[in-house]
Design a protein around this ligand. Structure first.
Ligand SMILES: Cc1cc2nc3c(=O)[nH]c(=O)nc-3n(C[C@H](O)[C@H](O)[C@H](O)COP(=O)(O)OP(=O)(O)OC[C@H]3O[C@@H](n4cnc5c(N)ncnc54)[C@H](O)[C@@H]3O)c2cc1C
Length: 534
């Protein structure tokens, strides 16, 4: 294989965004990826709505429960429970190939084609000017790249609503998806009390989603079949494999799955890449002029630390704390039910305490297509009673995810440890009592706002730190980079010719989700690298 201009490690959301910028600018690009994929035995889930499937498909157990009943969770709710049997490939082999021990952390990693975004919920919230505070880049550096990524992945939302006022809507934004009856009723209630709620710090609107609500780049429109946790009908919800498909049509792009990159060795003519071929477990070296790390914030840290022999050298790790709140949504009582709906985030809200304090992101969902039996263990009644009560309540139940910002601290670290001729990543993550108290207080205020919207909070669930599946800060960008920092152009000070393009570069995480901003930044880094190689 001849050495490409750039080798990119990973095929997740950040990898394909960087690859798109580089390959579109004419650079030769090779993605090196483990790339575990779904079995190619044709679509399992029929192209009809969820309720009809439940009534009529004799094979529904195959995807709802899985051929080995792997869709029936044992124990209480845990991280990644939205990763359903048809999407189990997303986490397959990750624990073996990316060994990790955790102390106070419940993270999820992927070695799949498309990475974690092969199962993501596609909710996007561009960061505000404020969110870039302390970073060596600003919102204006990212704006053109937000727009380029929005065009690539397809974004929908409601222009001119209360969210537009506080976040950047890309020019080509498609119309929003239709909200389900419970969220439609909640939004109507919000509009009736809008002035008072603004005064109390709440803004609510239809979620911005990386979803094609009409035909865009050969994808969509979204069919509103409430099957988003189970399949990708119409290719409407963005997955990195769609960009990979577009990249594969370019003559200067190559995808190499089945390899685990171990270490990078910069030299005078570029970078030597040591990898393991997974088909026969052999080791080999390959080369590229430059390398872009896009193996996930934890995965990229592993490769960088191993390359530098930096064992037992802690680097920061941040992860948004997310909690879930079940609400009885009284405005939805009596609302006519229908099957035309989607399963993703229905409404997005931002709560900024008027007396000061960090912004919190709120994401409103309904619970239906993930199957009622998973909720049964979370409620206090005996099984038969619980089942009938839940069935009657579900149309009026809203779930609100409350997401907090996160900052580095001496108690949020990860390090590579040598172990029996190999190595593993160890994560230690603890929040301070002050952080916990502040977050609980902010959640209490947000719950009070929902009470004013006639929603009765029932239960709070915290799956543990790391369960947000948003990770960052392992190779933080800095205007004055140390050896394990990246510069604003993504380059790693200690590894010449190596760049990081995933969320490892963000020194902290605002409450708004990370993936859209990470893709915009990966596109920015790819574009800068492309021009430096011209
Ligand atoms: C159920 C779920 C819902 C989510 N919902 C949202 C949401 O609504 N909004 C949001 O913003 N985010 C969401 N996320 C988070 C989002 O999916 C991640 O932030 C994003 O996918 C991370 O992308 P990444 O490019 O960092 O790489 P990852 O997704 O971590 O992928 C890593 C890639 O690198 C490859 N790789 C790793 N190590 C190696 C190696 N050593 N050699 C070769 N290849 C390697 C893997 O094969 C993989 O392709 C969700 C995640 C999940 C699981």
């Amino acid at each position: 294989m001849t050495a490409p201009d750039v080798a990119i490690i990973g095929s997740g959301a950040s990898a394909v965004a960087a690859a798109w910028a580089l390959a579109s600018a004419g650079r030769s690009v090779r993605i090196l990826d483990v790339g575990v994929d779904a079995p190619h035995d044709g679509p399992l889930v029929p192209m009809t709505d969820w309720a009809r499937i439940r009534r009529t498909d004799p094979h529904q157990h195959r995807y709802f429960l899985g051929d080995s009943y792997e869709g029936i969770p044992l124990g209480s709710a845990r991280v990644g429970s939205q990763v359903t049997p048809p999407r189990r490939f997303v986490t397959r082999d990750a624990a073996t190939l990316l060994p990790r021990t955790d102390d106070g952390f419940v993270g999820l990693e992927s070695v799949a084609l498309g990475g974690l975004a092969a199962a993501w919920g596609a909710a996007i919230s561009p960061w505000s000017e404020q969110d870039f505070r302390g970073l060596p880049i600003s919102l204006s550096d990212l704006l053109p790249h937000y727009d380029a990524i929005a065009e690539l992945i397809g974004v929908c939302g409601e222009p001119g609503d209360d969210l537009s006022a506080i976040m950047h809507d890309p020019p080509g934004m498609m119309p929003p998806l239709d909200t389900d009856p419970a969220s439609t009723a909640l939004l109507a209630r919000y509009h009736a009390h809008r002035t008072d709620l603004h005064r109390r710090g709440l803004r609510l609107g239809r979620a911005r989603l990386a979803v094609c609500s009409r035909v865009h780049r050969g994808r969509g429109p979204h069919p509103h079949l409430d099957l988003d946790f189970w399949c990708d009908h119409g290719d409407a919800v963005y997955r990195p494999r769609f960009t990979l498909r577009e990249l594969l049509a370019l003559p200067n792009f190559e995808y190499v799955p089945g390899v685990l990159v171990r270490a990078l060795h910069p030299d005078a003519s570029g970078v030597r890449i040591s990898l393991r071929r997974l088909s026969d477990n052999t080791s080999e070296d390959t080369r590229a002029r430059r390398v872009v790390l896009a193996a996930g914030a934890l995965g990229s840290a592993r490769i960088a630390l191993r390359s530098l022999g930096a064992f037992a050298t802690p680097v920061p790790l941040v992860s948004n704390t997310s909690t879930y709140h079940a609400l009885l949504n009284f405005p939805a009582l009596g609302a006519p039910q229908h099957e035309h709906r989607h399963s993703l985030t229905q409404l997005t809200g931002f709560f900024t305490p008027p007396e000061g304090g960090p912004e919190m992101q709120l994401q409103v969902y309904s619970y239906r297509s993930l199957l009622t039996f998973k909720l049964l263990r979370e409620q206090p009644l005996a099984f038969p009673e619980g089942k009938s009560v839940l069935r009657s309540l579900l149309p009026f139940l809203s779930l609100v995810g409350m997401h907090h910002e996160d900052h580095p601290s001496p108690d949020k670290l990860c390090e590579l440890r040598e172990q029996a001729g190999s190595d593993l990543l160890h994560v230690r993550y603890r929040t301070s009592p002050r952080e916990d108290a502040d977050q609980l207080a902010a959640e209490r205020r947000a719950r009070a706002l929902f009470r004013s919207l006639s929603c009765l909070p029932l239960r709070r669930v915290h799956l543990g730190h790391g369960a947000s599946i948003h990770y960052a800060a392992t190779l933080s960008m800095s205007a004055r980079p140390g050896s394990l920092n990246t510069s604003p152009d993504g380059s790693l000070a200690a590894l010449p010719g190596v760049f990081a393009a995933d969320s490892s570069v963000f020194p902290r995480l605002p409450a708004r989700g990370v993936t859209f901003t990470m893709m915009a930044n990966a596109h920015r880094i790819g574009a800068l690298l492309a021009s430096s190689l011209a």
